[in-house]
Design a protein around this ligand. Structure first.
Ligand code: NAD
Length: 479
């Protein structure tokens, strides 16, 4: 565990939210500022007793909450969105301190979370009439599941909480939200806001370690788990949920390919690809993690991306000039340092970055690498950090085969001036979302989720909302 920052008062103004009350507990979590590599805050941590209280409260609140019309629940979600915008400044600063991302990107995360989740509340889930004739009337209805447990990772704690939370609440479920132990603070502050808006027990927020997540997935009083995190943990969640037949949505890791064809305007495309690879220092599930470049533009694209990397300002996210912050935690920093060292040993060419700066803080420069083998760790694994390989191809079929040669399938993109050809190639990527001339674009109305081991189910859109509900057929014999 990191040392405490010298001469800095520890922030301790955090509470759990259980049954409409802001609560403390007998345990705590120390939270590290990744730009300093030092503890700057302490918050209460929930154990089994707090979880049981939260589950009981959420179950008690469920009947009255589900009985409210969609429009009433939607109005409260809209209020949440409005308050998030009003208090964006203080929330964003806290998010930057615990997560590390530049302040402007913390503001963008809160904005995006508020807009995208609030955008869902206009979506209708009508009763579907399957048959209606002289003999019978058959309809398909959707009803809420009950209590939804939401477990989030450390890379975008606000945005990744709001999507599932709003989906659960809008569709009439109650919820228990657990952030990552690395980034619990902004979520606990979100809990204070939720407590101003929603009736007691409808939303409960519990900070806690991995064991709290495991207890949630095993808890008989929770009906669904919406989990965002790594593939390895996702598999544990799925196995544990089986015992109580919980519904699950799993949003897991990615190893997104970008295929760049030979007709692109290299300078324009390089800027967009650089941002989609390195935003949040590469700690984004749907960041571009492998770049396949056609041999005719390969050298130019390598040079343009290296130039972008060398220009990018790495530093403390609170400094307005900073474009890339630190890695969020020591474990992830060590993992990415290990990848850089392995890639060096394998003889790859470093066009930018690659050096490990002295501390404090978990900083690494944006690193662009070529001459990497397809079976190297950097190409095969999800790096989740600021190092990206560029791989050369001459034949699109070969690029597609290599892009699809992975157990991941979150998203991917194709870059070309020929939109129809781009869409045809994109459709052959084995992913949940295939973009053309863009990457990371999501919306309230468009389903998002992973193919293969990148996940199960979809968030957002009518498809995502229905996954927080049980379909029920009502079949009436007319004679
Ligand atoms: P992680 O799997 O280590 O942890 C995620 C959450 O799960 C944390 O809250 C953690 O406490 C909890 N947890 C740990 N063990 C658990 C268990 N046995 N049962 C239940 N919960 C448990 O992931 P992370 O390192 O925090 O996040 C990074 C990963 O998340 C990356 O792989 C990234 O790609 C992925 N991610 C996916 C999406 C998406 O939408 N597909 C979005 C963001 C991040």
């Amino acid at each position: 565990m990191a040392e405490r920052a010298q001469n800095v008062a520890l922030r301790t103004d955090f509470s759990l939210l259980i049954d409409g009350e802001l609560a403390q507990s007998g345990q705590h979590l120390d939270v590290v500022d990744p730009a300093l590599g030092a503890v700057f805050a302490r918050c209460p941590a929930a154990g089994r007793a707090e979880l049981d209280r939260a589950v009981a409260a959420a179950r008690r609140a469920f009947p009255a909450w589900r009985a409210r019309p969609f429009a009433e629940r939607a109005a409260l979600v809209e209020k949440l969105s409005q308050i998030l915008r009003e208090r964006q400044g203080t929330l964003a600063e806290l998010l930057t301190r615990e997560q590390g991302k530049p302040l402007a990107q913390s503001v963008a995360e809160i904005d995006r979370g508020a807009a995208q989740s609030c955008g869902m509340v206009g979506i209708e889930i009508p009763v579907e009439v399957i048959a209606d004739d002289a003999d019978k009337h058959i309809e398909l209805k959707y009803r809420p599941l009950g209590v939804v447990g939401i477990i989030t990772p450390w890379n975008a704690p606000v945005n990744l909480a709001l999507g599932p939370l709003v989906s659960a609440l809008y569709t009439g479920n109650t919820a228990i939200l657990k952030p990552s132990p690395y980034t619990p603070l902004t979520t606990l502050k979100l809990g204070e806001i939720l407590n101003e808006i929603f009736p007691a027990g409808v939303v409960n927020v519990l900070a806690g370690g991995d064991e709290l997540g495991a207890a949630m997935t095993a808890h008989a009083g929770i009906d669904k788990i919406s989990f965002t995190g790594s593939v390895a943990t996702g598999k544990k969640v799925l196995a544990s949920a089986a015992a109580t037949m919980k519904r699950v949505t799993l949003e897991l890791g990615g190893n997104d390919p970008a295929i760049v064809l030979d007709d692109v305007d290299v300078k324009t495309v390089a800027k967009k690809i650089f941002f989609a690879s390195f935003v949040n220092s590469g700690q984004v599930c749907m960041a571009i993690k492998r770049i396949y470049a056609h041999e005719r533009i390969y050298d130019d694209l390598c040079a343009a991306l290296a130039e972008e990397a060398k220009k990018a300002k790495v530093g403390n996210g609170l400094d307005p000039a900073t474009e890339l912050g630190p890695l969020q935690n020591k474990m992830q920093y060590d993992k990415v340092v290990g990848l850089i060292e392995d890639t060096k040993k394998a003889g790859a060419k470093f066009l930018a970055g690659g050096e490990i700066p002295p501390g404090p803080g978990y900083f690494l420069p944006p690193t662009i690498v070529t001459d990497v083998a397809d079976d190297s760790r950097l190409v095969q694994e999800e790096q989740f950090g600021p190092i990206v390989p560029i791989l050369k191809f001459s034949d699109v079929e070969d690029a597609l085969r290599r892009a699809n040669d992975t157990r991941y399938g979150l998203s991917g993109s194709v870059w070309t001036k020929d939109l129809q050809r781009g869409a045809e190639i994109a459709a052959r990527l084995e992913v949940g979302t295939a973009w053309v001339n863009q990457h990371r674009t999501t919306s309230a109305f468009v389903p998002f989720g992973g193919a293969k081991e990148s996940g199960l189910g979809r968030q957002y859109s009518v498809l995502g909302l229905k996954s927080y509900m049980e379909p029920e057929v009502v079949s009436v014999a007319k004679r």
